[in-house]
Design a protein around this ligand. Structure first.
Ligand SMILES: *[C@@H]1O[C@H](CO)[C@@H](O)[C@H](O)[C@H]1NC(C)=O
Ligand SMILES: *[C@@H]1O[C@H](CO)[C@@H](O)[C@H](O)[C@H]1NC(C)=O
Length: 381
C-alpha cells in the first residue's frame, strides 16, 4: 500500500457485538503500524496479519475459508479531488488483486461488503467489481449512506456495495442451510459462526459533500448554505451534538482550544457548531491539525452569539479581532468525541502510546460503525 491505511478495527467492532451478528473474525489484515496497534489493543485475541493484501496467496485465503469479506479499498483514486487515475493507479492494486482472486477461491464467501467514497460509483474499478461479482453469481445492491440517516449528527456520505451469493450458486449448500444463516458447511470446524475475513485497506477519504472548494463558509456563506444548516438543525430525527460530547470537566481544554494564530487565520473558513446543533461536517485525517474542510469545531461558549462576533470582523484590528473570536471558546472535538460521532462503542479505546494526532488520523480514515453494522444486518437478513 502506498498510502497509510484505514482502520481495520472498525470491521471487527461490528461483529459482534455491534452488528448483533454472531460471527468470528478469522483474520484482520493491515500493514499500517498505527492501525494495527489500535486494533490489537481492542481485539487482543483476533488474528492480526501485518501484511498487504497482495502479499497473501490464494492458498492462504483458501485456508481461512471465510463466509464474509469486508473491504474498504484505497479510495484516493476515486475521490473527486484526488487524481482520477482509477484502475491505472497503483493504489488500486490490492483491490484488483482481490477481484482476481475471488473467482479462484475454493469456496466463495457468501457475503461481501465494500465501502468507498462518493465518486467510486462512476469509476471503472466499480464496473470491474460489479462484473466480477456477477460472473461469480452474486446479487448486489449499491447505496450511498450518511450517518445522519441513522440519527447521528455527522455527515459522511459513503458508497456501499452489499453482495450476497445467489442460492443456486452456493454449491453444496442446501437452501435450508442457507436460510439457517450462520453455520458453516462442509468444514470440520465445529464453530457455529460464520467466518469473516476483513482486509483493512487504506481508506483515506477526502472531505466530500459539504466541502465546495474555494467557497467560504458561514461568515460569507450563501443563503443556500445557511438554509441547509438551518434545515439540518431542525431535523429532529437526528440527535444533538451534546449527546456525543465528553463531560466538559474531563477535557483538558488547553489541548483542544484553537490557538490564536489559527483563529485569526482561519476563522472565516471554519465550520462552527454548537452543542445543540444536529449537524457536523465529515472528520478527515487532517483534523486537529488543518482547519479547512477537515471537520467542524465546537463553540463552547453558548452565550456568545456567533453573528455578533463575525459581523464586521474584518474592520477590526488584529487584537480586537482575536478578542472577539476568543469569546466563542472554539475547540476541536476530542478524539473520543470524534469516535462517538463515528459510532464507536464506549468499550473502544486507544492504546496510550498512540499520539492524539495519530488518533485523529486513523479516525478520519475510518467508517461509521453504526452505519456499517446496520448494513451488515441488512445484508445477512
Ligand atoms: C499509518 O496510518 C497513519 C494514519 O492513517 C499514518 O499517519 C501513518 O503514516 C501510517 N504509517 C505507516 C507506517 O504506514
Ligand atoms: C509490519 O510490516 C511492516 C512492513 O513490512 C514493518 O515495517 C513493520 O515493522 C511490521 N510491524 C510489525 C509489528 O511487525
Amino acid at each position: 500500500h502506498l498510502k497509510s491505511s484505514s482502520v481495520s478495527y472498525l470491521f471487527f467492532l461490528l461483529l459482534p457485538p455491534e452488528s448483533g451478528i454472531p460471527a468470528q473474525v478469522v483474520a484482520a489484515i493491515d500493514i499500517n503500524t498505527t492501525a494495527n496497534q489500535v486494533y490489537r489493543h481492542n481485539f487482543p485475541d483476533t488474528p492480526l496479519w501485518n501484511k498487504t493484501i497482495e502479499g497473501i496467496s490464494l492458498d492462504d485465503f483458501n485456508k481461512l475459508s471465510f463466509d464474509m469479506i469486508l473491504m474498504s479499498p484505497p479510495c484516493q483514486p476515486f475521490t473527486r479531488i484526488g487524481r482520477q487515475g482509477d484502475v491505472q493507479d497503483p493504489r488500486t492494486k490490492s483491490f484488483l488483486y482481490i477481484l482476481d482472486l475471488l473467482p479462484r477461491l475454493s469456496r466463495l464467501p457468501r457475503f461481501f461488503l465494500l465501502e468507498n467514497v462518493k465518486g467510486f460509483e462512476t469509476s471503472s474499478a466499480r464496473d470491474l467489481m460489479v462484473q466480477t461479482l456477477k460472473d461469480c453469481g452474486y446479487t448486489f445492491e449499491e447505496i450511498m449512506v450518511s450517518p445522519t440517516s441513522v440519527g447521528i449528527p455527522n455527515s459522511r456520505l459513503r458508497y456501499y456495495l452489499l453482495a450476497k451469493i445467489s442460492p443456486e450458486n452456493v454449491g453444496i449448500q442446501t437452501s435450508s442451510e442457507v436460510l439457517g444463516a450462520f453455520s458453516r458447511h462442509g468444514e470440520s470446524d465445529s464453530s457455529e459462526q460464520p467466518r469473516v475475513m476483513a482486509p483493512t485497506n487504506p481508506g483515506t477519504c477526502q472531505p466530500e459533500e459539504e466541502i465546495q472548494r474555494g467557497r467560504i463558509l458561514y461568515k460569507l456563506e450563501t443563503t443556500t448554505d445557511a438554509q441547509r444548516k438551518e434545515n439540518q438543525n431542525n431535523d429532529l430525527s437526528v440527535r444533538q451534538i451534546q449527546d456525543y460530547l465528553e463531560p466538559q470537566s474531563e477535557i483538558n481544554m488547553e489541548l483542544y482550544l484553537l490557538p490564536p494564530k489559527t483563529l485569526l487565520r482561519y476563522a472565516l473558513l471554519m465550520d462552527i457548531v454548537q452543542p445543540t446543533c444536529r449537524r457536523s461536517t465529515c472528520f478527515t485525517k487532517g483534523y486537529g491539525w488543518y482547519v479547512e474542510g477537515t471537520g467542524s469545531v465546537l463553540q463552547c461558549s453558548e452565550e456568545t452569539e456567533m453573528k455578533s462576533v463575525f459581523r464586521g470582523l474584518d474592520q477590526h484590528s488584529e487584537e480586537d479581532k482575536l478578542q472577539r473570536l476568543l469569546k466563542l471558546k472554539l475547540r476541536y472535538f476530542t478524539p473520543r468525541e470524534v469516535a462517538n460521532l463515528m459510532g464507536f462503542p464506549q468499550s473502544f479505546s486507544f492504546p496510550a502510546q498512540v499520539p492524539t494526532k495519530q488518533q485523529y488520523k486513523v479516525l478520519g480514515n475510518s467508517l461509521n460503525v453504526v452505519v456499517v453494522a446496520k448494513l451488515l444486518r441488512q445484508l445477512v437478513s
